[in-house]
Design a protein around this ligand. Sequence first.
Ligand code: HEM
Ligand code: HEM
Length: 216
Amino acid sequence: MTNHAVWDLPSRFIHWCFPVGVGLMWWTGETGRMELHSYIAYVLLTLVVTRLALGFVGSYHSRFGNFLVGPAQVVAYVREGGQYVGHNPLGALSTVALLTLMLAQGVSGLFSVDDIAFDGPLAYAFDGKFIDVASEWHHTNWDILRALIFLHLAAIAWYQWRKRQPLIQAMWHGRTGDRVGEQAPVSTGRTITIAVIVAATLWLAITYAPEAPSYY
Ligand code: HEM
Ligand code: HEM
């Protein structure tokens, strides 16, 4: 049967949480609403790590091994184009770059402090050694991530409206036209299990992290 979703429900759910979550992170980060910033970040970080795990144990088209290709194939795609059911070679690169930058943004945030009253929950782990580099990286990485997100949106718009490939519909419904998967998706329970384990690990790290040293 070749009538399965290209993007299974968990991948789609996780994906659409990104624009919502990143929008909220931008707003809370710029306006100093740090409590809210951190709570949304924990959800986003859990989703990013879960999506990365699905890159190894998720449904066929979500696995990195099934869409990442070598440089020669990327060059060939840029020169000659081609039709793909899942990510094309450029989309594959963009997927890995976006997920890596989202991960770096979240992890650096955990170790960051702002200049006023907020400390990331892991800022004083490792004797506070990473505070400076993490806080700096949280800003720089955001500039890179933001640029890549705009590139992502421009690329999607190009394929959607210039090349008339309904990528957005596929990401929303899981399939469109001839973009249907041949392989049945893995169970949604697998994603939920991974997400619960990731969230619990994060919660443990946050709960048991050392507090800021007191000088009084
Ligand atoms: C902060 C914002 C966003 C981030 C971080 C982001 C990230 C990603 C990632 C990581 C993927 C790969 C999905 C996977 O393999 O599971 C992806 C794919 C995709 N994104 Fe986004 N995205 C964002 C916003 C958007 C928006 C606003 C749209 C639509 C207007 C969109 C449309 C798509 C589409 C259509 C795909 C599938 C591309 C393909 O078929 O190869 N994204 N995005
Ligand atoms: C994917 C997750 C995250 C995103 C997208 C994100 C985004 C942002 C943005 C856009 C800013 C403003 C940056 C600027 O003005 O250059 C910011 C600042 C900040 N974020 Fe995050 N962040 C994330 C995760 C976290 C986490 C997990 C924490 C800690 C719990 C955190 C703590 C901070 C701190 C302390 C600042 C500095 C505010 C300042 O310097 O005034 N962030 N973040």
